[in-house]
Design a protein around this ligand. Structure first.
Ligand code: UGA
Length: 432
């Protein structure tokens, strides 16, 4: 098949590479000449395990074409995917201006044949019908189009695995021919197929992210109970998660969820609900608890009177295996500690360059986790990268001025930490 992606952010680029790898000819349209030139040279711009190799392989095979011209790709494409950003406005609503601008451009460049327009961007219910209205207004008179909502469920850090082997492929459409084309495109990909209405598909995406965020906030809420009662949150959630109806997955407490999806989508769903006169206090509470998780963690550090206010932070990305720092808990922690006069050394395996753009010289960027802890009086773990889990704790203790660890992801065993002589503060676990 010949298909086009508009947008080369996480979703656009990863999905485009995967479909190219499956043998399709895939055009990717972008606006920024500098980014397009990097992509054409095989530089994916973002860090995602395996993406660079997949990009380069499919560029060489000429199955992946980056361009800023709609007219070279749209007329020959059977499916056009919209994968542009829908950032939150100040009031939490999703900003759909890019989606609608792109819809106009697609319409003006359509050829004569039937084309499926599939929105991969996360958009409020009803948006795909608005896209259709715009396309119908600007398209050539004889061309027919059908909208399909095909939401994306990939996670950063495991994006390729999630796209090649998703749990489900959701296809939302009222048009039989469009559904068939989408099924054909996804043929080599595993995962349960779910053919639903357009509006249902749009809502499935928000509902999925919101329930996952709810699980995390629930875990964090229970951690607050644990800290006040002496219970151990990991023991409690192990006990809860054994129940198959609940499951342990996504019940990991810590410094809260971040990234470009959960915070934005929970707020957007709440906004959609308000517009529909639905009581969204559950979603508001999910966001509030997420903020409290970060706040309480920082308060613990401040309350401990760290010697010389000299700390190291391990992990800047919002989660492991990505360089993405959008809404990362680490940015909140750094901001708050800098405001209180802390001196901070940081280390992250991938996210240092992105963080330098925000904090510049206000923190010290180190080349290794061990260098970061040297001479500090507390270590703060903000992201659970693998290399931190098996770090040489004896060496770390010898490098630090004071052996104190604030673990925002509960990656260490409190008993072992005590044995090694650390004062160890985890989330929702008794102090030692
Ligand atoms: C999330 C969803 O998991 C994907 O299915 C979805 O496609 C994507 O958003 C999106 O809408 O594009 P992502 O944000 O990449 O994916 O990462 P997650 O693995 O979901 O983690 C999100 C945040 O929750 C991270 O900050 C992570 O540290 C935190 N988290 C996750 C917890 O604090 N506890 C947990 O138990 C799980």
């Amino acid at each position: 098949m010949t298909i086009t992606f508009i947008g080369h952010g996480y979703v656009g680029l990863v999905t485009a590479c995967v479909f190219a790898d499956l043998g399709n000819t895939v055009y990717v349209i972008g606006r920024d000449p500098k980014k397009l030139s990097r992509l054409k040279k095989g530089d994916p711009i973002i860090y995602e395990p395996g993406l660079k190799e997949l990009l380069q392989k499919n560029l060489i095979a000429k199955r992946l074409i980056f361009t800023d011209l709609y007219k070279t790709s749209i007329p020959g494409s059977e499916i056009v995917f919209i994968a542009v950003g829908t950032p939150p406005k100040n009031n939490g609503e999703a900003d759909l201006s890019s989606v609608f601008n792109v819809a106009q451009e697609i319409a003006k460049n359509l050829g004569q044949k039937f084309t499926v327009i599939s929105c991969k961007s996360t958009v409020p219910v009803g948006t795909n019908r608005k896209i259709l209205e715009i396309i119908n207004k600007y398209k050539p008179a004889k061309t027919t189009v059908a909208p399909v909502s095909c939401p994306e469920f990939l996670r950063e850090g495991t994006a390729l695995q999630d796209t090649f082997h998703p749990d489900r492929v959701v296809i939302g459409s009222d048009d039989k021919k469009a559904v068939e084309l989408l099924l054909e495109l996804h043929k080599p990909i595993n995962g349960k197929r779910l053919i639903v209405g357009l509006e249902s598909a749009e809502l499935i995406k928000y509902a999925s992210n919101s329930i996952l965020a709810t699980k995390i906030s629930f875990a964090n809420l229970i951690s607050f109970f644990c800290e006040k009662t002496g219970a151990d949150v990991e023991e409690v959630l192990d006990g809860v998660g054994i129940d198959n109806r609940i499951g342990r997955i996504f019940l990991y407490p810590g410094v809260g969820y971040g990234g470009s999806c959960f915070p934005k989508d929970v707020k957007a769903l709440a906004k959609i609900g308000e517009g529909l006169n639905i009581d969204v206090s559950l979603l508001d509470a999910v966001e509030r608890i997420n903020f409290l998780a970060r706040q309480r963690f920082v308060e613990k550090i401040i309350a401990d009177n760290v010697k010389d206010k000299n700390v190291a932070i391990w992990g800047l990305a919002f989660k492991p295996n990505t360089d993405d720092i959008r809404d990362a808990p680490s940015t909140y922690i750094i901001d708050e500690l800098l405001n209180k006069g802390f001196k901070i050394k940081v280390y992250d395996p991938e996210a240092m360059d992105n963080m330098k753009k925000i904090f510049g010289e206000r923190v010290v960027f180190c080349t290794s986790s061990y260098e970061a802890v040297k001479g500090t009086s507390a270590l703060i773990v903000a992201t659970e990268w693998n290399e931190f889990k098996q770090a040489d704790l004896i060496k770390i203790k010898s490098l630090m001025k004071e052996p104190v660890v604030f673990d925002g992801r509960n990656i260490y065993d409190p008993v072992k930490m005590k044995k090694l002589g650390f004062r160890y503060f985890a989330v929702g676990r008794p102090l030692n």
